[in-house]
Design a protein around this ligand. Structure first.
Ligand code: FAD
Length: 385
């Protein structure tokens, strides 16, 4: 007999998806418990670029609405800074990046063209190699570590619980209901289960006979020593994403990513010299006046990927009380909105602010069994995402 206190809703996974879901549930007065096998944000949620500009997502409008108010809503700082500049170093990059601008404008968001002189005025670390750029009056970036912590504290402020170092190992079921979550330290009863375990979502859902096609990719980031703060910290381009932190460090990542087995390497994924060097080289091209800066840290993280790159936000059959959430590589920025959507799926069975049709699992019902091989997503292969 377990002495653990269950909860109305148990959320598996203390990354931004699970934490945001728990936050919105706690905000609505729901008794919620998050179970995390490590510490909150130990996986991708604490290792990402902090970008919040996902114009291709059905959750984009809500992402953009919520970020400017997240510090106030959570009651703790995320270090969110609005707006971004994307620099093109060639006409080809300018054309490619222009597609994002067209898509965002179509949804009512503003973006301005910048000539090379304007880019250099706004981005003091840019150089003579700038072709042109775009100023996004949307999106932005936040500090992943501060954001993860802010979610966790906000959950506790509202009476929710976050239990770290609890590894979920299985589920108890009765008929079409999940009745308890089993961990390495006993089981926790639940009225509803949310699985939001990043790349592990697929493996855990399979324990309930739910098939979520997903593959994992290893991505890397580097951080430089602090440099004088630029007017705007969110500067992308040259195949890189990243930001200047409030302290002045440049934190950047970018492909190619490497397909890996889903189960993380013991101790976590490690950065590799070739990829870190490739990021550093491209960062020196993007911001030549930072080329002298030393790289002081690098790390790797595992990104979850569905076959079409779109999230899974669903209540899969045949379960009456199961919700699954996996964000397919863009989960940090979308987390305020994805958590709110998942919380509504739990409480109401539907989301009232976005059409989640493209996030349903049944879109994969005709997927070829060897889809990963067909897409070239096999361990050891490279992804240019
Ligand atoms: C280098 C890098 C850069 C990125 N840059 C960006 C970016 O700029 N913008 C953006 O939007 N996204 C970015 N991403 C993607 C983003 O970080 C992820 O999509 C997002 O963090 C996923 O959050 P999550 O909570 O769904 O999953 P995760 O962060 O993976 O969290 C899942 C949690 O579940 C826990 N867990 C797993 N199994 C169990 C178990 N059995 N029991 C208990 N707990 C378990 C894990 O320990 C983990 O903490 C980047 C990712 C990486 C790696």
């Amino acid at each position: 007999m377990s002495a653990n206190k269950g909860a109305s809703v148990v959320v598996v996974g203390g990354g931004v998806t699970g934490l945001s879901t728990a936050f919105w549930l706690a905000e609505a007065g729901v008794d919620v418990l998050v179970l995390e096998r490590g510490i909150v944000g130990w996986e991708a949620s604490g290792r990402n670029g902090g970008g919040c500009s996902h114009h291709h997502s059905p959750l984009f409008a809500e992402e953009q609405r919520l970020w400017p108010m997240m510090d106030q809503l959570l009651g703790h700082p995320t270090e969110f800074v609005p707006d971004r500049i994307r620099i093109a170093l060639s006409p080809e990059q300018y054309t490619l990046y222009g597609r994002a601008v067209t898509n965002a404008r179509r949804q009512g968001f503003r973006a301005d063209e910048l000539d090379a002189r304007q880019v250099r005025e706004l981005v003091p670390l840019a150089g003579d190699n700038v072709f042109a750029g775009h100023y996004y009056h949307f999106g932005g970036h936040a500090n992943p570590h501060r954001t993860v912590q802010a979610y966790a504290w906000a959950i506790r402020d509202r009476g929710g619980r976050v239990r770290q170092h609890f590894t979920v190992t299985g589920f108890a079921r009765s008929g079409d209901r999940v009745t308890a979550v089993q961990t390495d330290q006993g089981s926790f009863g639940c009225d509803h289960l949310v699985i939001a375990a990043g790349p592990q979502t697929s493996r855990l859902a399979a324990l309930l006979d739910v098939d979520i096609p997903m593959r994992a990719a290893r991505a890397e980031m580097i951080v430089t020593e602090p440099l004088p703060p630029m007017p705007l910290g969110g500067i992308d381009g040259n195949g890189l994403y990243g930001r200047q932190t409030l302290r002045g460090n440049l934190a950047y990542g970018g492909g190619p990513h490497e397909w890996v087995e889903t189960e993380a390497v013991p101790g976590g994924p490690r950065p590799s010299t070739p990829l870190a060097c490739s990021i550093a080289r491209r960062l020196a091209q993007l911001l030549p006046k930072a080329a002298h800066a030393r790289v002081i840290r690098s790390w790797a993280g595992i990104i979850e990927n569905t076959p079409d790159g779109r999230p899974v936000l669903d209540r899969p059959a045949p379960w009456a009380n199961l919700t699954v959430g996996s964000l397919s590589g863009v989960g940090f920025g979308l987390s305020p909105a994805s958590g709110r959507a998942l919380a509504q799926l739990v409480t109401d069975g539907a989301c009232d602010f976005a059409d989640l049709g493209s996030c349903r699992l049944d879109r994969f019902s005709r997927l070829e069994p060897d889809w990963a091989a067909l897409q070239g997503w096999l361990p050891g292969g490279l992804a240019t995402v």
